[in-house]
Ligand binder design. Sequence first.
Ligand code: PEP
Ligand code: CO
Length: 445
Amino acid sequence: MSIWTPDSWRQKPILQQPTWPEAELKNTFGRLKTLPPLVFAGEIETLKASLAKAADGQAFVLQGGDCAEDFSRCNAPAIRETLKVILQMAVVLTYAGNKQVVKIGRMAGQYAKPRSSDTETIGGCTLPSYRGDCVNLPEFTPEARRADPERLLQSYFYSTATLNLLRAYVSGGFADLHRVHVWNKEFVAQSSQGRRYEDIANRIDDALNFMNACGVGPGQLPQLREAEFYTSHEALVLDYEEALTRKDSLSGRWYDCSAHFIWIGERTRQIDGAHLEFFRGVNNPIGVKISSKLEPDELVKMCHVLNPNNEKGRLTLTCRFGKDKVAANLPRLVEKIKSEGLNVLWSCDPMHGNTFTATSGYKTRDFDHIAGEIRDFFAVHKAAGTVPGGVHFELTGDNVTEVKGGGQNIQDHDLGDRYLTNCDPRLNCQQALEMSFQVAEMLRQ
Ligand code: PEP
Ligand code: CO
């Protein structure tokens, strides 16, 4: 294989990139390269070790957040509410599964979106598609849709602001297990899911009181006070990722310091493409989204390119098949990986294969389809004797109406009430919590 450098991807064919104004892009790239990294090699390696445990079934991964983060919603309440719901879900899963839950936000950098078409036409006018806030704006005007390299720089600073607050929350006492009740949001607390959650929270209180009486508190066990929380995004715009790729001074190894975990999307995972080339050289734990379109032999090739040393925790395969395709298509991939002795972490993204347009015109997903895909994912692994190691959701702490169904029974005609996403429909806070109870049930079995 040829020599890898942070820019060797530039020799390969690349998909899903905006058409940037070259001179401006070069200028932004130069500025990004001088800015401090967002995360450090040490943290990245700690996450990788946790993912290795999850691959063995000794931990479970919960990844979630917006489909596309939005600069205009980078504020404390939005960040806090999404963090809260992820912490709540993690409590439910930890309690049920009796194992550590590795929490990864689609946060602090999820600003780039692959699109099915390069352009969009409305009323005879054709403009470039919206590609995420790091590229352009959703408004349908030529100015808004222009790819603006300055937005890459803004992405960096919005990521920094988000990450800074997340770090403060998780190490500053907000994620203290003694606060499990406080995370239960008002509108959720009233619901049956909220009451189920309160029940677990009460039991956690009892356990903490007991431990305290035995002389074991946060002083002895800092894990009770602080949570580990990691960031992730689809590393799509490689100019940005390259600029934040740094050599660790201790180990001499390269890391993409834009996030702890990065993934390759379903549309950019070509074996000879630029994304695989870039990813193979950075030492972060990485993910690849896969679907029923992937053949077993190609998957094996991909694993050899991305994880030549077969390192555990390095490679997550995030399956996004669609509810009707898991049972028929996942087993041959799982069997192949197993027979080749390849180390991967199997995760389930039950969102992206289950999107449809409702009669109201809104792009949506159905709560039961989402739960159904996860159920099939677990069943395949049970049959194969392999490990269902994690789940990957698009969710928000807001009380949005983007996904149909769930305990609130959101209907087609409700979708317009609070449909706020810039891209794909997300589970709202109550649906997300409810989903965690369903996954908890699957983990217990
Ligand atoms: C996403 O995770 O937002 C996404 C675009 O997923 P996929 O690559 O699986 O379609
Ligand atoms: Co999405």
